[in-house]
Ligand binder design. Structure first.
Ligand code: BG6
Length: 484
């Protein structure tokens, strides 16, 4: 059976910067099923050829290793249908076009919502009303981009609207972090090896730090960002996904239901923050210059940096804080998970004259930009006495494997085509994520919270973040990519 990927929001940024470059890469690598067509739908009045020409330029700019020779074969897969999402007639015309392209054999269809979020519900309703979600002529799947709601109530409503038309098994809520090789490798690290499992718990781990630092400012996305802020933009989705993968139990099978059940159990174990606890459980900041960004309100209180301490109350993790932090305009771009181990029970090598607080062992999982893992441990410095130094063992993707790492959207798009939802968020998963984030967002919107701390671009957030960590007897692992 052939495949059709229908992109709503076909003239938008996501389509040109991420989706089409990913589909082109899959096509060039020969892994996109041979009979796959891509149909764009949006208001811009492109012809097929005009859309292809526009995508040639954007794919050239955004696809890793673009080669023009492979374009014509890919371009032949692209079709465009102009139309307004808000118009049932236009969506009906899209349906007719799809039927004509697919012919009597039908096709497995993927509807990709790459529009602004306010259009998700109208598109879903139109697909339902026009019978375009029924699976008589082949599977029908729908991919929903983030943001999935702006709080628990809106996420619940969106789930209800989706479920009125699609069954849960047809819905793919995408979080591109789960498509990153180095994130999927955490599953391999934990569940394809035996050596980490015995120490992966409260007995040996003191705390976990999950940092997604970005060097860039909000840029052209000021208007969206100002209404979302870092909590909704990064924590509810990407950071909680990283936490779930780090903290989950081994599923019985590597299969969507089993994997997602284990992830949801982690969210269920996270202790919800009471309003009175929020002030002490985190730090928020805004970079100097944010208020002058286009689209940002002149008196905005939106946080562009946040650090949050969450407790996972289960047998494995009770008492081990998970520190989540993310921000724009930080020192560098790095996404890393640091497993901070406990100190040895006895300090055998301290000199009686000088007791130094030695850094504890840590495992640094670097998700990006250079992917890999470092294990930090103490080694005796050659020479007299027991002088120690922190040294490391390192695994680097680029040293170990030749060739490029696929972009996150590539494996995820293939998974949708094959109907594998393991790396997509389930309805209950997004709702539980909002249950964790909502109390913090609500408290931060109130007036009884510590002031939003300013930070200069090029730092690890505000000084308050380092002070807050120090007050808990810990330090952030503020190292720009440990691997290069
Ligand atoms: C997006 C956020 O989901 O993730 C952006 O909306 C952020 O604000 C981006 O920049 C980060 O993704 P990555 O893959 O570059 O870490």
């Amino acid at each position: 059976m052939s495949h059709t990927i229908v992109i709503f929001g076909a003239s938008g940024d996501l389509t040109s910067r991420k989706l089409v470059p990913a589909l082109w890469s899959l096509s060039r690598a020969g892994v996109l099923p041979a009979e796959t067509r891509i149909v764009g739908f949006s208001r811009t009045p492109f012809s097929d050829d005009a859309w292809r020409a526009a995508l040639l330029e954007s794919t050239r700019a955004h696809a890793d290793g673009f080669d023009a020779a492979s374009w014509p074969a890919f371009a032949a897969r692209l079709h465009y249908q102009p139309g307004d999402i808000a118009s049932r007639d236009d969506v009906a015309r899209l349906g007719e076009r799809l039927a004509a392209l697919e012919g009597s054999a039908g096709a497995a269809r993927v509807y990709y919502l790459a529009t602004a979020p306010q259009f998700y519900e109208p598109v879903v309703a139109a697909l339902g009303a026009l019978g375009m979600a029924t699976e008589t002529a082949g599977p029908r799947r729908i991919v929903v981009e983030k943001p999935f709601g702006t709080d628990l109530a809106t996420a619940r409503q969106l789930n209800a609207r989706l479920h009125a038309v699609f069954s849960e098994s047809q819905v793919y809520r995408i979080d591109h972090y789960l498509g990153k090789e180095s994130v999927q490798n955490i599953l391999a690290l934990r569940f394809a090896n035996t050596i980490f499992e015995p120490v992966w718990n409260r007995r040996y781990i003191d705390h976990v730090q999950i940092t997604v630092a970005e060097e860039v400012p909000v840029g052209r996305r000021g208007a969206y960002y100002d209404s979302a802020g870092v909590l909704r933009d990064m924590f509810q989705n990407h950071l909680l996904q990283l936490l779930m993968i780090t903290a989950m139990e081994a599923p019985a099978r590597f299969q969507a239901t089993a994997v997602r059940n284990e992830k949801v159990k982690v969210l269920e174990a996270i202790r919800p923050l009471e309003p009175a606890e929020v002030a002490a459980a985190g730090v928020r900041g805004q970079y100097a210059g944010y208020l002058a960004e286009p689209g940002v309100a002149a008196d905005s209180h939106t946080a562009t940096f946040a650090a949050l301490r969450l407790e996972v109350d289960n047998w494995r993790w009770q008492g081990v804080p998970f520190y989540l932090r993310s921000g724009k305009c930080m020192s560098c771009r790095t996404t890393q998970i640091v497993i901070g181990f406990r100190q040895p029970p006895l300090e055998l090598f301290a000199s009686s004259k000088r007791r130094v607080a030695r850094e504890a062992n840590r495992l640094v999982i670097q998700i990006q930009p250079a992917e890999g893992i470092q294990l930090h441990f103490h080694t005796k410095v050659p020479g007299a006495g027991m002088q120690l130094r922190l040294t490391d063992l390192e695994f680097s993707y680029s040293r170990e494997f030749s060739g490029r790492l696929p972009e996150a959207y590539e494996p995820l798009l293939l998974d949708v085509l094959t109907g594998d939802a393991s790396l997509f968020a389930r309805a209950d998963e997004v709702e539980k994520s909002w249950e964790i984030i909502d109390p913090v967002a609500r408290a931060w919107a109130g007036s009884d919270q510590p002031a939003l701390a300013r930070y200069e671009p090029g730092h690890w957030g505000p000084q308050a973040s380092a002070d807050w960590m120090a007050a808990q007897g810990r330090t952030w692992f503020d190292t720009c990519p440990v691997l290069t």
